[in-house]
Design a protein around this ligand. Structure first.
Ligand SMILES: *Cc1c(COP(=O)(O)O)cnc(C)c1O
Length: 459
């Protein structure tokens, strides 16, 4: 009886309206060029959709929305170092999706690998052996530092951290983890335990037990923490850190710090987990930041640029000794989509582009050039700019206040340069463009930075 009623109700539901809407949206996706009318429709639908069905909060935070919400920049297409909004205005992308676009937007080689794979098989059976996963894992064993050898594939950064933490827990029964203040490792409950920002953690306490946060860069504090944990019988399982803190505002490690952390881990029999979700894939001037600091972790986490800005993809790579704990039962940690053929094709092509176009080296060179130029500009604005720091094309510009940072990032945006920096968090903004960015584009960024600061000064 009840089944019958449900079926009748279902039959009664009229999908005509929503399907008309769906067809309109599909026709927009299909278009090579959109008209002015289309652009207006898309903008209206986007702003309304965010307000009514996504989250109206976003409309208050984005610098792409004017205060009266009359104007909203809605993105529509991208290529190279740039993306365009629906009205055709072009922006140089110095935010780079927080480090997604290392090989540029829609890199042709990555596109080709993904579309070739797509035209044959998109996702894997989940039962037969999928070839690209094996090949990508072999490639990673080759290019990652030291004796990192086995890979587990995931879809995002936070998932790579989850996998790393579970791997570490499988490896030993120690329950203490050392993380650092200002760290960002993701927002799912496991990785959030390692993330340091109170505002993101507080509503979800308690986190996974056993995490201790100590100041990034303070090796004495780390030594003491290792010691006291051992004394009370709560030995450290692993230290987890970003070699260079990204979200924390591009915080570089003090000289020798990472090597000393490695030594402490060895002394106390703990693992070292490097979260290179943002610093990996050539971002900081070497394939991995670990290479640049000559330190080999036991577990390496990758995501963001790993999928070449085309596919969501990530990986956790570990030594055989550590990964071995998953050999007896590989189903102890699984994900349906992780390591799917499209993602693997994207990652393989991405690594090919990084190698053949020498993008890690390019990142080092262009990064040094950009850092120097930005510092030259900043010298004339000591009242506004506090410090500019970075390595490779991961650069942080720190202002004296949030307000100045927001004004500058908004000014840059209005002049066609996108950098991170929101209404609530702009004291330091990151500049992390595609590693393929041209020198002309870099010069335009510097020129615009100067213009915006000058204008700010005269206002
Ligand atoms: C972005 C980021 C993450 C989280 O990645 P998601 O894909 O957003 O889950 C983790 N660690 C670092 C260092 C990151 O920059």
């Amino acid at each position: 009886m009840s089944v019958e009623t449900t079926n009748k109700d279902l039959d009664k539901k009229d999908y005509t309206g929503v399907n008309e809407y769906i067809k309109k949206v599909l026709s927009m996706i299909e278009k090579d060029e959109i008209t002015k009318e289309d652009a207006e429709w898309i903008t209206r639908e986007t702003v309304d959709g965010f307000r009514e069905h996504v989250n109206p909060g976003f409309l208050d935070y984005r610098k792409s929305v004017t205060k009266d919400k009359q104007f909203a920049a809605v993105e529509w297409s991208d290529s190279g170092s740039c993306f365009k909004d629906v009205n055709g205005k072009e922006y140089i992308d110095c935010l780079g999706g927080f480090g997604i676009y290392n090989v540029g937007h829609r890199n042709p080689k990555v596109m080709k690998a993904v579309t070739d794979q797509l035209s044959r098989q998109a996702l894997h059976s989940q039962d037969l052996l999928d070839p690209l996963r094996a090949m990508l894992a072999k490639i990673l064993a080759e290019i990652t530092p030291g004796d990192l050898k086995y890979s587990f594939f995931v879809n995002s950064g936070t998932e790579s951290i989850e996998a790393a933490l579970k791997l570490a827990k499988m490896y030993s029964d120690r329950t203490t983890f050392i993380a650092t203040t200002r760290a960002f490792h993701g927002k799912s409950l496991g990785s959030l335990s390692a993330t340091a920002k109170g505002v993101f953690r507080k509503p979800f306490l308690p986190m996974i037990q056993g995490f201790r946060h100590i100041p990034f860069g303070d090796i004495e504090m780390m030594r003491k923490t290792f010691g006291s944990c051992a004394l009370v019988g709560e030995d450290v399982n692993a230290v987890i850190l970003e070699p260079i803190q990204g979200e924390g505002g591009v915080m570089l490690p003090p000289d020798g710090y990472l090597k000393e952390v490695r030594a402490l881990c060895d002394e106390f029999g703990a693992l070292l987990i490097f979260d290179e979700v943002q610093t990996g894939m050539g971002r900081t001037g070497t394939m991995f930041a670990a290479d640049g600091y000559d330190v080999v972790p036991d577990i390496l986490c990758l995501a963001k640029a790993f999928g070449g800005g085309i596919m969501p993809a990530g990986a956790v790579v570990a030594t055989e000794e550590v990964f071995r704990s998953l050999f007896p039962n590989p189903f102890m940690h699984t994900t349906t989509f992780g390591g799917n053929p499209l993602a693997c094709a994207a990652a393989i092509a991405t690594i090919n582009v990084l190698i053949e176009e020498k993008l890690p080296e390019r990142s080092a060179e262009v990064g040094e050039y950009l850092l120097g130029k930005l510092r030259n500009v900043a010298e004339n604005f000591p009242e506004q700019v506090l410090e500019i720091r970075g390595k490779g094309l991961l650069i942080g510009v720190e202002f004296h206040t949030d307000e100045i940072g927001y004004e500058v990032s908004k000014g840059l945006f209005d002049n066609g340069v996108l950098v991170a920096g929101t209404l609530v968090n702009s004291k330091t903004f990151r500049i992390e463009p595609p590693l393929t960015i041209s020198i002309e584009e870099v010069d335009k960024v510097v020129e615009t930075f100067k213009l915006v600061l000058e204008k700010l000064n005269t206002n």
